[in-house]
Design a protein around this ligand. Structure first.
Ligand SMILES: [Zn+2]
Length: 374
């Protein structure tokens, strides 16, 4: 966040995205995982006396659930971090089936943290940590997912021991619950209230920030309003990630052989592939076509390397230029040039003297479809 309370992200949903997006199957709710609240309903369970039980080698929630024959939703897991500034421990207690979102935790603590390295002399019993018996100086955070559970199993801060029947209100007292959990598949939508949350990967292509008066106040920038009073202007900003945009377009417009650039943003409109450019007739026709199209404003990439047709065509696929024009000795013998679109929707054999007009018209029409011009 650059400041201000609201930011909007423009996301392309794709499996290769670096971000996780939380969406609702029932309504238009969409949010970044960092911003999505984790909402759920808990089964309270039966109130029972607190009891310390032997749980040999049960260091993970899976081990504990298998051993006690309970569901992970009936457990309280300890997730340990350390503040970057002084390595002091921060322990998050969270429902056993959920995960901590570190960005939410950082925002809550207003401090950078990293996953903890628990040392022997820390007094922490990794794998058996619970709310009772922690060493002094540890910051404890209770995730909201634990609220309303009257019975759960949690570590007893002793090796090979857990508590069952744990009840935070009774056994710890009043605690402040905060939301630092990742939203999860089947969670409750904060807009429509239905348990239809799901997640998807996405690329953040752009964003806007409503900065408000954060910077104009801190820099004391003012203007005189109609009523004569001094006010701080409201600011906003936006950004398009150009590199991310290119990656997103490639991801959305491609086949197995490479990108298929939309003609409006393609680095070139047309690629001329000259097979056997060492032959004078091929070189001459290619040059003519290149000059004529370039003179009319068409952007042309000309491949006149001495390589095989296979290499030249697979490279052309990788470049992703929307149109490919093939000038070859075989075609010229028949008085023709082959023209094809990168998306494979068009392939024509055109008389040599009509090639320039054909390509020009095709480019202009393709651009018009996207409300662009040469
Ligand atoms: Zn919804």
């Amino acid at each position: 966040m650059m400041g201000g309370k609201v930011s909007h992200e423009y996301m392309l949903l794709t499996d290769v995205g670096e971000d996780t997006i939380v969406l609702c199957r029932d309504c238009d709710y969409r949010a970044n995982m960092e911003a999505a609240p984790c909402l759920l309903t808990n089964e309270p369970g039966e109130i029972a006396p607190l009891e310390k039980v032997d749980t040999p080698d049960c260091k993970t929630i899976d081990d504990l659930c298998a051993f006690l024959k309970i569901n992970a939703k009936q457990t309280c897991k300890a997730v340990m971090y350390q503040r970057n500034a002084d390595d002091s421990y921060v322990i998050v207690f969270i429902r056993g089936d959920l995960d901590v979102n570190e960005t939410k935790l950082r925002n809550y603590l207003k401090a950078e943290v990293h996953p903890a390295v628990v040392t022997e002399d820390s007094g922490i019993h990794a794998g058996f940590t619970g709310p009772i018996g922690l060493p002094a100086g540890v910051t404890v955070v209770y995730d909201r997912s634990l609220k309303g559970i009257e019975w759960f199993a949690t570590g007893a801060c002793e090796d090979d021991k857990h508590y069952v029947g744990f009840n935070i209100a009774r056994d710890v007292g009043d605690v402040a619950y905060v939301d630092v959990a990742k939203a999860f598949e089947g969670g409750i939508c904060p807009v429509c209230g239905k348990p239809h949350i799901y997640t998807s990967r996405g690329i953040e292509v752009g964003n806007i920030f409503q900065l408000g008066t954060k910077y104009t106040e801190s820099m004391d920038m003012t203007y005189v309003d109609q009523d004569g009073s001094l006010k701080h202007p409201i600011m906003g900003c936006y950004g398009i990630g150009v590199g991310r945009l290119a990656a997103s377009v490639c991801e959305a417009h491609r086949d197995d052989y490479g990108p298929i650039w939309p003609i409006s943003i393609a680095p070139w409109h047309v690629q001329i592939c000259s097979l056997r450019a060492d032959q004078p007739e091929v070189a001459e026709q290619s040059q003519k076509l290149y000059d004529a199209l370039t003179a009319r404003g068409v952007e042309v990439l000309w491949d006149d390397r001495q390589v095989s047709a296979g290499v030249m065509f697979s490279d052309a696929d990788l470049f992703g230029v929307p149109m490919r024009v093939v000038v070859s000795p075989k075609g010229l013998k028949n008085g023709t040039i082959e023209i094809a679109s990168r998306d494979k929707s068009m392939k024509e054999i055109v008389p040599v003297d009509q090639a320039e007009g054909f390509v020009y018209d095709y480019v202009v029409k393709a651009l018009q479809k996207l409300e662009c011009r040469l």
